[in-house]
Design a protein around this ligand. Sequence first.
Ligand code: G1P
Length: 297
Amino acid sequence: MTLPKVRKAVFPAAGLGTRFLPATKAQPKEMLPVVDKPLIQYGVEEARHSGIHNIIIVTGRGKASIEDHFDVSFELEHLLESKNRADMLSMVRAISDIVDVSYVRQKEALGLGHAVHRAKELVGHEPFAVVLSDDIIASQTPCIRQLLDVHEFYGASVLALMEVPKDQISAYGVVDAELVADNGRENRLFRIRNLVEKPKAADAPSNLAIIGRYVLTPEIFAAVEAIQPGSGGEIQLTDALKYMLRNRPIYGLKFEGKRFDAGDKLGFLKATVEFALNRHDLGKDFREYLRTICAQS
Ligand code: G1P
């Protein structure tokens, strides 16, 4: 049986962004720029570079600017054309050209599992990726691509995993997992035995946390329908995965790359600094500036 290709990526983006108030009072968190690119665009580009061209964004109230961002901006294109700014014009056009974006509303923020379930009709009965745009992952091979490689081999759902310190583990979905003998991946591939959403540090089954990249088989939708609200009273994707584990294997991959939690203020600042330092147009001057202020403090 040939495995259906993963063509679609779901981006839950209906959250209220309370960790970033007041910036997110009237602006979606997903549109906060790291250097000059909105958070969500990093994820969309990662999906595209992984070979996924169909993007499904689960939005809510006050998220219209996300739709505008991925749409054509005639006025802006016209202005840039008249000013002969070919470089900027192609950058702006690329955003609307790169992908095919569909939207579905999540009317109430009832949890990540619920958000993903909102995409059920648009996804259909095929495997798909989920990207949480709070997590920006800088890597040579895009993180989603790394997960897809595992999925294409096993035909199963695959989660991105990362070791996190014990005092931070309760902010994550945490897995109990056994290593899969796979020499190609140097002890980074696991078969999941159990999952817990946001456990207390003392109850965490390991230090392996789920990071916001998933490749899921479509049985996840029935699993979301079967579960009850969990941590925080929300319909959790982690709980649906645990339910699905009863009759489907799930794998986890400690991905290669550096992850920034851009949904957190300090993580956002770290991402901004590192991405700016790596920019050919800004890096040199910015490094110089950082040196000066470090010398002063
Ligand atoms: C979500 C998931 C959690 C995962 C985390 C990764 O939590 O529910 O399992 O570990 O993303 O960023 P959130 O950060 O939305 O509370």
